[in-house]
Design a protein around this ligand. Structure first.
Ligand code: ATP
Ligand code: MG
Length: 256
């Protein structure tokens, strides 16, 4: 895989926001109205030399597992790789992560406050980690990014599209992923995979109903359909090795 100079992607084109508007029927029920109205922030391609790859998908879809495998493979190929996650990835972000995912106070959180906390973590990550890493020509593998907000807060929690879009844009500035990988699995598979996790802390997001995760899955697929230049959807129910190889092949095609 890639010598750095070839890493400049041809994805996430400036037509992306147009694609959302054009290809998602504006009147469709369920998730579509949220996604149809969202306009993606402008990509600041000309100022960056690295590649930002985000991983998306519901809990248990295999994001962390595949980021680990891909980063090893990229490093073996001589690439400079940064792995990070959302919420989190910075000191401030990790504190927000703990608050959102584990603190008992978060059980009372309003959807609006939750949205802002995710955005705050992201804003810090962009400025403290992502932009400097892109400037140094690194490949950044990000475990969730702005699409998680679009899908979870927008689709799952039914916050209207405008505030989600405005807050997303404010948080990320000009930074959108060059490539977004969606690991697609049935909600039940994800639940089965994470059921046996040992933790003494409650994880609020994992306590959502199976129906919520069906909507999340639907939201990701809708988003991927609207933005095919940026998204790669991979069957996350296949074996770890199969997915790793599939991702490697896809990324070779996209970033050389
Ligand atoms: N392709 C796969 N087949 C079977 N099990 C898998 C596969 N990929 C990951 N797993 C297992 O499923 C569990 C969840 O995987 P992982 O933590 O990578 O998912 P995740 O998407 O990062 O989840 P979360 O969003 O909750 O962080 C782990 O126990 C992992 O070993
Ligand atoms: Mg994970």
């Amino acid at each position: 895989m890639p010598p750095r100079k070839k890493a400049k992607p041809k994805t996430a084109k400036k037509t992306a926001s147009k694609a959302v508007v054009d290809r998602v029927p504006a009147k469709k029920k369920t998730a579509a109205p949220v996604l149809a109205k969202e306009k993606k922030p402008r990509s600041a391609k000309k100022n960056k030399r690295g590649v930002l790859i985000s991983f998306e998908g519901s809990e248990g879809s295999g994001k962390t597992s595949q980021i680990s495998r891909l980063s090893t493979r990229l490093e073996d190929a001589g690439c400079d790789v940064v792995c990070t996650r959302e919420p989190g990835g910075t000191d401030i972000g990790e504190e927000i992560r703990h608050l959102l995912k584990h603190a008992s106070a978060s059980t009372k959180i309003s959807p609006e406050a939750e949205l802002l906390l995710f955005a705050a973590s992201r804003a810090q990550l962009v400025r403290e980690v992502i932009v400097p890493s892109l400037d140094k020509g690194k490949i950044i593998l990000c475990d969730r990014f702005l699409d998680s907000t679009t899908v979870y807060q927008g689709v799952g929690r039914q916050i209207s599209a405008e505030p989600v879009h405005i807050i997303n844009t404010f948080a990320v500035g000009d930074i959108i992923p060059d490539i977004t990988i969606v690991l697609d699995i049935p909600a039940e598979t994800g639940f089965d995979r994470i059921r046996h996790r040992t933790t003494d802390l409650p994880d609020r997001m994992e306590n959502e109903t199976i129906d919520f995760y069906r909507k999340v899955r639907e939201g990701y697929l809708l988003l991927a359909k609207a933005l095919p230049e940026r998204f790669i959807v991979v069957d996350g129910s296949r074996s770890r090795k199969w997915i790793e190889d599939k991702l490697w092949d896809e990324l070779k095609q996209r970033i050389g």
